[in-house]
Design a binder for this molecule. Structure first.
Ligand SMILES: Nc1ncnc2c1ncn2[C@@H]1O[C@H](COP(=O)(O)OP(=O)(O)OP(=O)(O)O)[C@@H](O)[C@H]1O
Length: 210
């Protein structure tokens, strides 16, 4: 999916978070959105994906040569972020069956196979509430990485992951990149080493916006 932002700006009350962003995220590209804590990376991801309205500017979306309305973007989007919750009162198997009714997995991939890919076979009947924070993060990432969507947003993807978890993320993000537009909000180089483009929010963030 291609996202074309023109003169994009976002303000909360009197505070501009970013302003004057004109940039095209090409179909099939992977872009790291960089900047210090509080610079506005998550706000930008949420604005680019149509989940928050911009204060100024316009966004246009295209997929396979056709325009996509902003209200249809959520269907085309997979998103993993620390502030997005899992349904914790379900078991892992129940959650995968429920979630994938709305956000199907890539063709040929089944929930049992996804459980194997996450190395969570022994926890398949465990309540998600009882998962460790690293297990929950691996689950959030797997649901996003292996969703059949042309747009993938990853906000601080290695939050709560140990070394093995980071290596798992790097392997599986690489395996699921092809044909997708990927945006990664990050401060950690190992999270976005695969990205071909970088956008530093401080170039059009709060400081620049004043
Ligand atoms: N709903 C909101 N209302 C008011 N201010 C907000 C809201 N959401 C975020 N902000 C402010 O916008 C600024 C940018 O926050 P944001 O979470 O986008 O930054 P970030 O770069 O993702 O930070 P971090 O790296 O710490 O996750 C912060 O000053 C934050 O307080």
């Amino acid at each position: 999916m291609q996202i074309e932002a023109t003169g994009l700006g976002k303000r909360y009350a009197r505070e501009w978070i970013f302003r004057g962003l004109t940039h095209t995220f090409q179909s099939g590209s992977a872009t790291a959105i960089l900047g210090p804590n509080g610079a506005g990376k998550s706000t930008l991801l949420n604005t680019l994906s149509g989940q928050q309205l911009p204060t100024t500017g316009t966004l246009r979306y295209q997929h396979q040569g056709h325009g996509v309305l902003v209200e249809d973007v959520p269907k085309q989007l997979a998103y993993a972020a620390p502030y997005l919750e899992l349904i914790e009162e379900l078991t892992l198997t129940e959650l995968l069956h429920f979630h994938t009714r709305f956000k199907p997995l890539r063709p040929g991939l089944t929930p049992p196979r996804l459980i194997e890919l996450m190395y969570l076979s022994t926890s398949r009947h465990k309540l998600v509430r009882d998962f460790s924070s690293g297990m929950k993060q691996r689950l959030k990432l797997a649901l996003a990485l292996y969703a059949d969507t042309p747009l993938l947003l990853l906000d601080e993807p290695t939050t709560n992951l140990d070394r093995a978890g980071v290596a798992w993320y790097q392997e599986h993000v690489q395996a699921t990149l092809a044909g997708r537009t990927v945006l990664v909000s990050s401060n950690v180089p190992e999270e976005y080493a695969f990205c071909t483009d970088q956008l530093n929010i401080t170039d059009f963030g709060a400081q620049a916006a004043r």
